[in-house]
Design a protein around this ligand. Structure first.
Ligand code: NAD
Length: 420
């Protein structure tokens, strides 16, 4: 078996413990795995997954393998790999992994190449890097692809732009857009784990601080909610009028970044956009301001601009914290090199929320294999039946029951004439 991970001997024991611990909080995925073990719906399928290599992803990988797939994993971000998990996947679960934390750009792409060399029928992506390689450099391998599954907002944005240009070579399912994914994973997962990453990196007290959240999508909402809950005064910056209104009516201050830059103690970008915080903003910040990103790519902060305006860079004043001293003598602290703070400085989303995202992924994997040849090369939504199944199983696992419509209510909702 080919693989490239850090050190099997040194890390695999710890990785196994973490994978099994996470599994305990993933009851829906466990149930899907049991079904897959019995029925092997992915038998004969080669799959390549470019995902954050975390304990939760390991449990998705185990599920897909239990379903009969021949799976290879590579990292979807150079700083999100958990080396212990990667080692255990190889040693204990016999799943080939190509991922080493803090790998350079060349190694990152070599690892994606290794995943494509596997000649997959189905791919899973988090950010569209693997699909992009298939479209730009590996069109031959793209011919074998039945479908690809995309996990995050940024990846779906890239895929929709390919769809618009009619350049998609195979169908894609926007797993990110499922309610069972983004309502929970992006909001509660990113919300909590982003704060966790910031606190682990800095030991920062949120109470009484001014926390600027750039972007009030699902991730931004989650972060604003959690920062607020910990006593911070939250300021939101937005470019979308409706989201800005929503933030204002949720009780947050809304202002442009140029204004927020002057007053913020901590800045978090979650926009999926580029250069949201730029030199003109860094220049206005208070001495000691902390900046970080939890959006998919490390482009949300203009890091080249920041480096240029610094008279002195002192790397690593603390693990995950780089200090930049600007020409005006003010210091800016950059966390985790501007990469996703929750995965770089903490453990990513808690297992309980990834239980839903990854159960949806696994069931969509089964769906696309059944639909082989029937889906057009477009971006498709997750079928409602899968969303309902995941929500049903999650509620059940939480011991929650809900009401059902009475026949009178069903008829009332279906009627266009009854007004009383
Ligand atoms: N850290 C994680 O683990 C994690 C998890 C899920 C998603 N993500 C990533 O986080 C990012 C946001 O995801 P989302 O699901 O919240 O997306 P979203 O589309 O729901 O929200 C993004 C928001 O940012 C706003 N925005 C865009 N440009 C802006 C600018 N210049 N200034 C202020 N606001 C701006 C948009 O109007 C939108 O409201 C994406 O890159 C996504 O891939 C990260």
């Amino acid at each position: 078996m080919n693989y490239h991970v850090k050190d099997l001997k040194k890390y695999a024991d710890e990785g196994k413990k973490r994978i099994l611990w996470a599994d305990g909080d993933m009851p829906v995925l466990q149930q899907v795995r049991d079904e897959f073990t019995k029925r092997k719906p992915l038998k004969g399928m080669r799959m390549s997954a470019c995902l954050h290599i975390t304990a939760e992803t390991a449990n998705l990988a185990r599920t897909v393998k239990a379903g009969g797939a021949d799976l290879v994993l590579c990292a979807s971000n150079p700083l999100s790999t958990q080396d212990d998990v990667a080692a255990s996947l190889v040693r204990d679960f016999k799943i080939p992994v190509f991922a080493i934390r803090a790998e350079d750009r060349k190694t990152y792409y070599q690892h994606i190449k290794a995943a494509i060399d596997h000649q997959p029928h189905v791919t899973m992506d988090d950010g569209c890097d693997l699909v992009n390689e298939l479209h730009t450099k590996r069109q031959k391998e793209a011919e074998n692809i039945i479908c690809s599954l995309e996990e995050t907002t940024t990846g779906v944005i890239r895929l929709r732009s390919m769809e618009k240009q009619n350049s998609l070579l195979f169908p894609v399912i926007a797993v990110n857009d499922a309610a069972t994914k983004n309502l929970f994973d992006n909001r509660y997962g990113t919300g909590q784990s982003t704060m966790d990453g910031i606190i682990r990196a800095t030991d920062f007290l949120l109470a009484g601080k001014r926390v600027v959240i750039a972007g009030y999508g699902w991730c931004g909402r989650g972060c604003a909610m959690r920062a607020n809950g910990m006593g911070a005064n939250v300021i939101v910056t937005e470019v979308d009028k409706i989201k800005a209104l929503e933030a204002a009516m949720d009780g947050f201050l809304v202002m442009p970044m140029a204004q927020a830059a002057k007053v913020g103690d901590l800045f978090v970008t979650l926009t999926g956009n580029k250069h949201v915080i730029r030199p003109e903003h860094f220049r206005k910040m208070k001495d000691g301001a902390i900046v970080c990103n939890s959006g998919h790519f490390d482009v949300e902060l203009d890091l080249v601009g920041l480096k240029k305006m610094a008279q002195k860079t002192r790397r690593q004043v603390r693990n995950h914290v780089d200090e930049f001293t600007l020409k005006n003598n003010k210091r800016i602290f950059l966390l985790a090199e501007g990469r996703l703070i929750n995965l770089a400085a903490a453990e990513g989303h808690p297992a309980s929320v990834m239980d839903m995202s990854f159960s949806t992924q696994a069931l969509v994997g089964q769906f696309v294999v059944k639909q082989k040849g029937k889906l057009a090369p477009k971006v498709h939504d997750v079928p409602q039946t899968i969303e309902q199944k995941v929500a049903h199983l999650k509620l059940k696992s939480m011991g929650l029951k809900i009401d059902t419509l009475t026949p009178v209510q069903t008829a009332y909702l279906a009627s266009s004439t009854e007004g009383t």
